[in-house]
Design a protein around this ligand. Structure first.
Ligand SMILES: [Zn+2]
Length: 278
């Protein structure tokens, strides 16, 4: 079973996202669990969450991915920004316990000149404070393009964070095809070699989800601008290699391409059709 979906708007609640996912041929999805720019968590409605759980079970959904707000920077120089990041993650993870067994993905952050050592320690410190032993959500660090002082552009940087996390069994990785190519990993020419490097440095057992995006920029550009599937520098073939790779094909794949639900539905239909033939 191929689990493929898209980033959906959470405006109408959780059950509605489940229905939207079904309508566009998805059997997983990603969403923000709060306003992406705001700091206030949505009022949690247990009935709404229960409806989504039932819908997911009845329709054989794979795990879904909650995405932390982009403004979150756990390795900021500013103590207030770091505390806000911690507060948001703690609240979001509490909400996710109502949807046990899914993922919570975040961008590790930008160290803004403090360096990788300090940055990775601050990120791990936050994780050590928010992750609980009973937690049923695995927190995912996203592979980044490495623009500016962004941490997570190299697999070694992700490893360095994980090494400092006490309950590291609750921490994994979400790959992003656009970020990896922009960050200089040759997924276009040699996906196997990239996955071997990942396995050596981080371990493929830590990989739990993949963002499938084409890229507007050439490999190594460190830019991070997503393109629709087939309309960027990666091409449909590269995305298809991820979907059909024996080490990856069981994972949830999420589109974060610049289009609407209907557009995502077209991409999902195309990718399912191509993956079946591959
Ligand atoms: Zn992404």
């Amino acid at each position: 079973m191929l689990y493929i979906g898209a980033h959906l708007s959470s405006a109408g609640g959780f059950a509605k996202m489940g229905k939207t996912a079904l309508a566009i041929g998805a059997n997983t999805f990603q969403c923000f669990v709060r306003n992406p720019r705001g700091s206030r968590a949505k009022a949690m409605d247990p009935v709404d969450l229960e409806r989504l759980r039932v819908l997911m079970a009845e329709n054989g959904f794979g795990p879904i991915v909650a995405h932390a707000p982009y403004i979150m920077n756990p390795c900021s120089k500013d103590d207030g920004i770091r505390r806000l990041a911690e507060k948001m993650m703690r609240e979001d993870l509490a909400l996710m316990e109502h949807l046990p067994g899914n993922y919570y993905n975040f961008h590790p952050g930008s160290h803004v000149g403090q360096g990788l050592e300090t940055g990775s320690r601050l990120i791990a410190d936050m994780l050590n404070r928010v992750i609980t032993p009973e937690q049923q959500t695995v927190v995912l660090l996203e592979t980044m393009a490495g623009k500016g002082s962004e941490i997570g552009g190299r697999f070694e940087e992700l490893r360095q964070i994980i090494d400092q996390v006490e309950r590291s069994e609750k921490v994994g990785i979400c790959m992003d095809t656009c970020h990896m190519s922009d960050g200089g990993y040759d997924i276009l020419g040699n996906l196997d070699a990239v996955l071997e490097a990942f396995d050596r440095v981080v371990g493929l057992d830590r990989l739990h989800a993949v963002h499938i995006n084409d890229s507007m920029n050439p490999p190594g550009s460190r830019k991070d601008r997503h393109a629709r599937i087939g309309e960027g520098t990666l091409g449909t073939e590269t995305i298809l290699h991820f979907l059909t790779h024996p080490a990856l094909r069981h994972l949830p794949f999420v589109l974060e391409t610049p289009t609407d639900d209907a557009g995502h539905g077209e991409e999902i239909a195309l990718l399912r059709q191509l993956a079946e033939k591959a």
